[in-house]
Write a protein that binds this ligand. Sequence first.
Ligand code: SF4
Length: 372
Amino acid sequence: MAAVDMTVPVDAVAEATLIEQEEAAIERIKRAREILGDEVVILGHHYQRDEVVQFADFAGDSYQLSQEGAKVKAKYIVFAGVHFMAESADILGRDDQVVILPNMKAGCSMADMANLEQVLTAWAELEDVLMADPEQQIMPITYINSAANLKAFVGEHGGTVCTSSNAEGALKWAFDRREKVFFFPDQHLGRNTGKAMGIPVEQMVLWDPFQPYGGLTDEQILNARIILWKGHCSVHQQFRPEHVDLWRKHHPDINIIVHPECMMEVVDMADYVGSTAYIGKMIAAAEPGSKWAIGTEIHMVNRLKNQYPDKMVQLLSPFACLCSTMYRISPLDLANVLENLVEGRVINQVSVPDDVKQKAKLALDRMLSIPK
Ligand code: SF4
């Protein structure tokens, strides 16, 4: 029996094995893709790892991926993203299409911060305070980072879905129709967008789903223009005002660009604010030699850094702001679902029930029809 080298830590051995397996998975993906040809389209979110997103036929933000997903002709859509994105692709896709998520544990902690039961309770309480049909007064808007049954709730109540690309258009659309907006689950996107549109911060109140009536008084609800759900993105929450101060102290000429899921204090200090698609375009168009500190997920920032070595591109935070759920999709997962398709087996299908799908589609179709 071979002697075990006790000087090599067990973790290092496991890591080396994983790297080898992932390298082999890259070749397995290439082979499977060749066999599957046009039958499969892979969609990839900007926050995915390079080893995965390199196989995407189309890479983009949630809005672009929804648009692209609705146009896909292939029978199988493999979604390298998180669960709510795959659900949206299933809602917008044809009945004969199959949507596959390479790892079913790839969820979104923000989406998990609002569930249907909580939203139904909130709606009933708002109805109680407004003492009238809330549909006359409040427009529900859900961020695309939410479960399909919340999109269905919104669709059923005349509202829309929004993404970080079109949140302002969605709010304008809502205020053209009703007095107030009930916005969930991301308080920061709602607040930052409302503020940019000139809505005073005092008129945007925070609804805590764990307190009766959201922890708000009748007066606060009656005076509010936007009722914001108490949810957030655990990744973007990590960017702090002191990080902006630190970069500016050492590089007074640096540009700070952040995603609107960051807290208002950070967004207020930034030079530019926008979706991942916007951030990507801004860095691409920037002057060589320009300096950028970016407040969004680390994989996207590192990709931009590698793509544009003639510019200084850094993560805004000194800590790695990683979306651990996006990271769950590995090349091994992608190889696994594709090889199963080659064998004629569908695994990890994301399928939204028909009744939910129809109502959620109303909300997603409205989203796609609202000008950005
Ligand atoms: S970055 Fe935040 S909002 Fe986006 S998928 Fe990850 S946890 Fe969800």
